[in-house]
Design a protein around this ligand. Structure first.
Ligand code: 8YV
Length: 321
């Protein structure tokens, strides 16, 4: 029996994932569950053959340049890989994988929660009842924005965008989307394609972002684009904080042009944006889109499956570089 490969797991992954990892590998786990620093990543590269990082471990070009050649694979426990400089990792000959598919439904569920919560004043309503401030009722009390029949714009129609569209169809929403390439009619399920972002924004009573953070998508939703949204639109982001110009969003919330926002991700994480806190029509969550038991197990298993394939001399199913 050959020696087990050594892997580093910098965050506390699900119990089932750790159990399987320990069965098949010699595992170094950061039991403290603190984000791995650049120094940690560089030091660990001398001790391990593979790593299963989360989006909290940053493989910048500078870090990659200092990695020991022992490290051969970074099997991410995430679908997004904006924390990895893929070009640098490729140049260093390190294989990189991610965990697509398995988190699409959980993330789409959180997008739906955020959309409903922002549209129907979930934060204010909860606060009023919870704090014993519910002392009157009237037909004009806490009137929100109806989703049923409204136009939903989906920016980025990849796996999560499509899972979200499927859920939104249950709300009888009219689905519009923009994507780098148009989907096949079978995948569109009647959704209306927009060849450019601007034309999508013009019709998005609700807008949900589902595209990756890349140099091209930073501040994709800027002041000019927010201005194009119909008055009273609701904006949802479960993708990456980098996609939104937060100052522009805040101005549009203050002016009332944007009726509400549902945000699971922020420019600064962890932490978020303190300036949003004064606005109860911004419904915020701390980056928990994929945080369900089933999905955490599936993500861990997907990452391990990629490691298993690589160390067996096969092509990992989710290889990016
Ligand atoms: C994960 C995510 O929780 O997979 C992603 O890209 O943003 C999240 O759903 C996180 O990245 C886990 O590492």
């Amino acid at each position: 029996m050959p020696d087990k490969k050594v892997i580093w797991i910098p965050r506390r992954l699900s119990d089932a994932t750790l159990e399987r990892a320990r069965r098949d590998y010699e595992v170094i786990v950061n039991e403290a569950d603190t984000p791995g620093t650049a120094e940690d990543i560089i030091a660990m590269s001398q001790r391990v053959d593979g790593m299963i990082p989360c989006h909290s471990e940053h493989f910048s070009a500078d870090v990659v340049a200092q990695l020991d050649p022992r490290l051969r694979i970074v099997a991410n426990h995430s679908v997004g890989v904006d924390h990895c400089d893929l070009a640098a990792l490729k140049a260093a000959g390190i294989v990189v994988t991610n965990t697509p598919d398995v988190l699409s439904d959980a993330t789409a569920e959180i997008a739906m929660l955020l959309m409903l919560g922002a549209a129907r004043h979930a934060i204010m309503g909860d606060r009023i009842v919870r704090q014993g401030q519910w002392d009157s009722w009237s037909p004009s009390f806490m009137v929100g924005k109806q989703m049923t029949g409204a136009r939903l714009g989906i920016l980025g129609m990849g796996r999560v965008g499509r899972a979200f569209a499927a859920k939104a169809r249950g709300f009888d929403m009219e689905i519009h989307y923009h994507n780098r390439s148009r989907l096949s009619p079978e995948d569109e399920h009647g959704a209306i394609f927009h060849a450019d972002v601007e034309s999508l924004l013009d019709v998005s009573d609700f807008l949900s972002l589902h595209c990756p953070a890349t140099p091209d998508t930073i501040n994709l939703l800027n002041a000019d684009r927010i201005a194009r949204l119909p008055a009273g639109a609701v904006v949802v982001n479960t993708a990456r904080g980098a996609l939104i110009d937060e100052h522009a969003l805040l101005s549009a919330i203050k002016s009332g042009h944007i009726a509400g926002a549902g945000l699971d991700c922020f420019k600064v994480e962890p932490g978020g944006n303190a300036a949003f806190a004064a606005h109860e029509n911004i419904f915020m969550l701390p980056h928990i889109g994929s945080a369900t038991r089933a999905t955490r197990d599936a993500m861990g298993f997907r990452a391990l499956g990629n490691l298993d394939a690589f160390f067996a001399g096969q092509e990992p199913g989710d290889r990016l570089v």
